[in-house]
Ligand binder design. Structure first.
Ligand code: NAP
Length: 292
């Protein structure tokens, strides 16, 4: 292997320490409420990780677990209650929601001042305009990982694979801003792209968020490129403790032979996402104090 690892665990620990020191200056402490509906095991794990990160970052976590029989009207009522609660700074609704619940309607009901996932249309608009209130957690985590490792983005060709509202689109938007840690030339690939390798082989920085293992093979990576793998795919592996393990979207072994830097999965983008969520919650609390 020739590529250096982009270590998301170390970078996220540094961000959490910084959040802790700023959170200790606030009274009351920043607080995050995550709403978890149903019993999806992966969602329960993500919420536990967020709870642990809150504890390490000086953030109070107020988690609301609801049965999968909860109705849309009941959830909307809960969101309205949390919007009005002065003791709650940040609200997130853990996805996926059980079938029949409308996630978009719920996200749009969250106060934009408490929307720490940065999914509300008002916050998406502010991001696109280059005047963000909050930053979307995963794409901002990718950007921070590059900045903390002194990887230049200005003038570079960034190719993003994936155009979801959660990762691909905001990632492209962040990287094209005329700002430090950005100012790149951006190409976005998706399932409608013909000959994706033609674009990925031109990438100085290749950011992959497709949700498909091995969508990027070694021959699709330019020599010396920086490869950021956002994908988290659970695959069968008889030798793994639970018979399953997580892999990214990139063929890690082959890509790390040609890339200059590469993220591991897990331990790359995942911890950064949670760290930016902590930063956003801190920011929501600081904005709460400024708006008083
Ligand atoms: P998503 O909503 O399913 O979007 C996937 C995107 O990739 C779509 O735009 C799709 O194109 C594109 N795509 C899929 N297969 C492709 C292919 N073969 N070639 C080109 N484009 C392809 O997924 P997401 O929410 O963005 O998440 C992507 C991955 O990142 C998942 O594995 C998810 O678990 C992971 N993730 C990780 C974190 C983290 O913190 N580590 C956070 C969020 C997501 P179309 O639009 O044309 O369908």
């Amino acid at each position: 292997m020739s590529a250096q690892l982009l270590d998301g665990k170390a970078a996220s620990a540094a961000i959490r320490r910084e959040v802790l020191s700023r959170a200790q200056c606030l009274s009351p402490a920043p607080s995050l409420c995550a709403v978890l509906v149903g019993d999806d095991p992966a969602s329960a794990l993500y919420v536990r990780n967020k709870e642990r990160a809150c504890a390490e970052s000086g953030i109070r976590s107020v988690f609301r677990r609801l049965p999968s029989s909860t109705t849309q009207a009941e959830l909307l009522e809960l969101v309205r209650e949390l919007n009005a609660d002065p003791d709650v700074d940040g609200i997130l609704v853990q996805s996926p929601l059980p079938r029949g619940l409308n996630e978009t309607e719920l996200v749009n009901a969250i106060s934009p001042w408490k929307d720490v996932d940065c999914f509300h249309p008002e916050n998406v608009g502010l991001l696109v305009a280059g005047t963000p209130r909050f930053l979307p957690c995963t794409p901002a985590g990718v950007q921070r990982l590059l900045v903390l490792n002194s990887i230049e983005t200005a003038g570079k060709h960034v190719v993003v694979v994936g155009r979801s509202n959660i990762v691909g689109k905001p990632m492209a938007n962040i990287m094209l801003q005329k700002a430090s840690g950005a100012n790149a030339t951006v190409t976005v690939c998706h399932t409608g792209t013909r000959d994706m390798g033609y674009y990925t082989r031109q990438a100085d920085i290749l950011i992959v968020a497709a949700g498909r293992p091995n969508v990027i093979t070694g021959d699709m990576v330019k020599a010396g490129a920086v490869v950021v793998d956002v994908g988290m795919n659970e695959v069968e592996d008889a030798s793994a403790p639970r018979g399953k393990r997580f892999v990214g979207d990139v063929d890690f072994g082959a890509a790390s032979e040609v890339a200059s830097w590469i993220t591991p999965v897990p331990g790359g983008v995942g911890p950064m996402t949670v760290a930016i969520l902590m930063e956003n919650t801190l920011r929501a609390a600081e904005l709460r104090d400024m708006r008083r």
